[in-house]
Design a protein around this ligand. Sequence first.
Ligand code: G3I
Ligand code: 9MR
Ligand code: ZN
Length: 547
Amino acid sequence: MNKIFINQVGFFESDKKKAVLNFAAPSFQIVDEKGSSVYTGETTHFGEDEISGEDTYIADFSDFKTSGKYKVVSKDASSSYFEINKNVYDKLMKDICKCFYFLRCGDALDEKYAGVYYHKPCHLSLATVYGENTDPVDVSGGWHDAGDYGRYSTAGAVAVAHLLYGVRFFDCLLDVHYDIPKEKCDRGQLPEILAEVKVELEFLMKMQRENGSVWHKVTTFNHAPFVMPEDDKEELFLFNVSSIATADIAAVFALAYSVYKNYDKAFADKLMERSLLAYKWLKENPDELLFHNAEGSNTGEYGEAEDKSNRFWAACALYEATSDGKYYSDAMELKDKIEVFDANAKKKGYQGNVFTCLGWAEVAGLGALSLLLKREDNALSILSRNSFLSEADRLLEVCTHNGFGLCMDKKDFIWGSNMELLKYMMVLTVAERISGKEEYKNAIRSGIDYILGCNSMDTSYVTGNGEKAFKNPHLRPTAVDGIQQPWPGLVSGGPNIGLQDERAKEVPAGSAPMKCYYDHIDCYSLNEITIYWNSPLVFVMAGLLNQ
Ligand code: G3I
Ligand code: 9MR
Ligand code: ZN
């Protein structure tokens, strides 16, 4: 079938603008809402590629700059509507930020703000410390991780990190206003994004034991059935402490200290105290303590192969926050171990630069972001800068492999492929900020276009944003709340060649990577949502809006 794929939200007037056609046509038109043709252009043939499964033709209309609402038309096909104007991303930005509010756990949701998506207080019972005979613990609060109701320390730390690094790099994020309760701080009121992140930080503090170590997760023993959160009443377990969770928490609390000290000194000091406590535990426990699910338990594992990148992130974040050289020395020592890991990974086909890895498992890139913020000229700062620039250049080359100008290869279409893309876009965003290079901007633009509908699924991967936005996330409240549409601003995991759930097997055999997707509520390996798939989009959009 002849199709025209486009970013269904739209473009700023001055943006590069393109649609992608999957059929041969020499020309195309831009048509306004009244059906009048306002622009005619010629297509260029890119051809077939490995990821999209289409013979692609590109319709570039970058020089059309008149604000309004349009579609692209050619032969018998027309695209979804899109807009051109200077506020085109305002709704999207608010939606993707407010998403975290709807995922709150505990008694923090208020009907006044959540409207029809309100749910009763949930998961307030004390949690049993798995395998120990100690008193149960209050770990209420924070955000549900995803379509399930688990709360996981490393996932939470990484999502918070994307948001707070976003704030550090692009202060326009502090000016995104949306309807959530804001609390008082030394400066009056906390900006919305910081009020929201504080909810997760307070929960993460409860995940820390007195000795500084951090429980890897709090979940029921197995995933709940499809019920509202308040009806998930099974016993909560705090599963083992891990050095990965402890390091991520040491890192994110140090980062948060640097942000909140400008708003709420008492809270910031508490964050620093807890970060130092976690770091002390790490130093006293140099052997890695990884995490494996308890026998018979099926909630998220978030297993990692080693803890060096996590310890590196902690050292870098603490160095950035305190300027104490001992953290710099620790980071230098860890750097060599990460390089060894990188060399081994490269032997197995890993192509990226490990110092640009931005979570949930490999997090050395988050450490590099702290070093970039420090703006020094020492060895680690130079390593960070060079890593981001060289990785961004590698990505630019990948963009030339397909008709969508997308920085993804076949291997990137795994569970959460949209996060693979968004992490790359974070790298490009940072590289663009360091160098001002125009090509990076174009690659970021193609990524945004892809997420918002310019892909061979013809689907916007952000709910409520775009004419053909996905509607059936694997998300327990959405499955049972009786409300037609999920709340807006959720980012789907996206296509996954692994097709790792039963329903995903219905995707036609031999589908191209970009088409290994199904907007079905059962498809947790293709269509779940999670906090750390939303957070990198917030970072990237902040970069885009900051210009
Ligand atoms: O790292 C390998 C790579 O080397 C290999 O080439 C590729 C090909 O399969 O796989 C890569 O591993 C993938 C891994 O994620 C790392 O990204 C696995 O295939 C993939 O199965 C695994 O998926 C993770 C999934 O849990 C299952 O463990 C997702 O990243 C992760 O986001 C997801 O997280 C779940 C939580 O457990 C529970 N809550 C919901 C959340 C989102 O679905
Ligand atoms: O809903 C769960 C989702 O959040 C997880 O990502 C996924 C993998 O851990 O598991 C989902 O739960 C499924 C469970 O693992 C097996 N029974 C069916 C559940 C979903 O319908
Ligand atoms: Zn809950």
